[in-house]
Write a protein that binds this ligand. Structure first.
Ligand code: IMP
Ligand code: MG
Length: 197
């Protein structure tokens, strides 16, 4: 199986980068189907408005949307966080707003990963002011050890240890998003903390 192999790469700086598979593509898809069922069970017969955070959350959104039966619409938002490459500064800024109003809608925020929680904390307070009917959070991955802001997700794909992960939307300097699985990135030694958005 190709994805069971550790991908190794020498970067321009000569640093050895490798990705050790953590969650296979098959497990991701199976878990997403279960989450989709759970979400629909919680809101039977309602139109669900999925709001994803660009760019990392898009892979999760498209797979989740295809597994939720009934009416689904979606929209996108983009944020940027200031700070160094692998540490959260806690400053979140909106760089692209939603196309349409969420007032009175059942909104599910769809994110790739819940790490310090600063991004979701910012987004949830912003969305709450816009008076949705319901506001819920679905994340594919949760790193509970890293939490700073008091945020919890209603739907969690997988809880993972404090390792820097890439794939299935998650990047390291915009690379690796296209991997169908999630893996731990190592740059000689394991990278702790976070990377770019
Ligand atoms: P938070 O605001 O610290 O919860 O960070 C959430 C964002 O940080 C995610 O949407 C990702 O863009 C990024 N991030 C956090 N942890 C990782 C990781 O392990 N790999 C790649 N990106 C990460
Ligand atoms: Mg993200």
């Amino acid at each position: 199986m190709a994805e069971a192999r550790t991908a190794k790469k020498n970067t321009k700086s000569g640093q050895k980068e490798s990705v050790r598979p953590l969650i296979s593509a098959g497990r991701i898809q199976k878990r997403i189907r279960a989450l989709a069922k759970e979400i629909r069970r919680d809101f039977p017969g309602e139109r669900l408005h999925l709001v994803s955070v660009l760019k990392g959350g898009v892979f999760f959104l498209t797979d989740l949307a295809r597994s939720i039966p009934g009416e689904v619409s979606f929209d996108f938002i983009a944020v940027s966080s200031y700070g160094q490459n692998t540490h959260s500064s806690g400053q979140v800024r909106l760089t692209r707003d939603l196309d349409s109003s969420i007032e009175g809608r059942t909104v599910i925020v769809v994110e790739d990963i819940l790490d310090t929680g600063m991004t979701l904390h910012y987004l949830l307070s912003l969305f709450q002011q816009r008076k949705p009917k319901h506001l819920r959070v679905a994340v594919l991955l949760d790193k509970p050890e890293r939490r700073i802001a008091a945020v919890r997700a209603d739907y969690v794909g997988f809880s993972i240890p404090n390792e820097f992960v890439v794939g299935y939307g998650l990047d390291y300097s915009e690379r690796y998003r296209n991997l169908p699985y999630v893996g731990i990135l190592t740059l000689g030694s394991a990278v702790k903390g976070r990377g770019t958005e």
